[in-house]
Design a protein around this ligand. Structure first.
Ligand code: AMP
Length: 191
């Protein structure tokens, strides 16, 4: 099963992706986690993207798309994957369509996490206090949400045309959101 999670920062995509991974044994592919790991290891990629992440901007498409291409070629992704944080703009969505058709691994379901900005902002500020993520500052949060609305949210219409889009009421506690996701996945699973 190949799953895409779309939704703003702080909507709970990462939390639900981990749950899907545990339950269905799929690879959790998060470009944000991959960039943070590269930064932590001080690799050339990490050093290049560190200031970009800190200000909440998008890493250039060629870098991000290249990373995704390599990641999906890894062994654990062949059994199925959960994309979390990619694609984030039209060029990435187009590259993903091409890549998945090359690999003959189409998406089975695209979840759209629906939630108001003020709830996301509150959650990110709380996460900043708990985890100290450098891009959970009020400035970077503002930039990230603005980019989400201008560049990423329009992708919802792209995926709606595929008939694979499922809306999720993400403004609820983790268990309730999970129940909604799981029931949609069970339908895909048995289909
Ligand atoms: P996330 O954890 O998904 O919110 O990602 C954290 C940061 O990593 C983003 O604010 C961007 O700077 C960078 N990033 C993650 N995914 C992408 C992507 N698909 N394209 C460009 N930049 C990305």
């Amino acid at each position: 099963m190949n799953i895409l999670l779309l939704g703003p920062q702080g909507s709970g995509k990462g939390t639900q992706a981990k749950r899907i991974r545990e339950e269905y044994g799929l690879a959790h592919v998060s470009t944000g986690d991959m960039f943070r790991a590269a930064i932590a290891r001080r690799t050339p990629l990490g050093l290049e993207v560190e200031p970009i992440l800190a200000r909440g901007a998008l890493v250039p498409d060629p870098l991000t798309i290249g990373l995704m291409r390599e990641r999906l070629a890894e062994e654990d992704a062949t059994a199925g994957f959960i994309l979390d944080g990619f694609p984030r703009n039209a060029a990435q969505a187009e590259a993903l369509d091409e890549l998945l058709s090359e690999l003959a691994r189409p998406l089975d379901v695209v979840f759209e996490f629906q939630i108001a900005d003020d709830v996301c902002i509150e959650r990110m500020l709380k996460r900043a206090r708990a985890e100290g993520r450098p891009d959970d500052t009020p400035e970077a949060i503002g930039t990230r949400l603005a980019i989400y609305h201008s560049e990423t949210a329009p992708l919802v219409e792209h995926y709606r045309t595929t008939g694979k889009l499922v809306g999720v009421h993400a403004d609820r506690e983790i268990g309730a959101v999970w129940a909604e996701i799981q029931s949609a996945l069970e339908q895909v699973h048995v289909a």
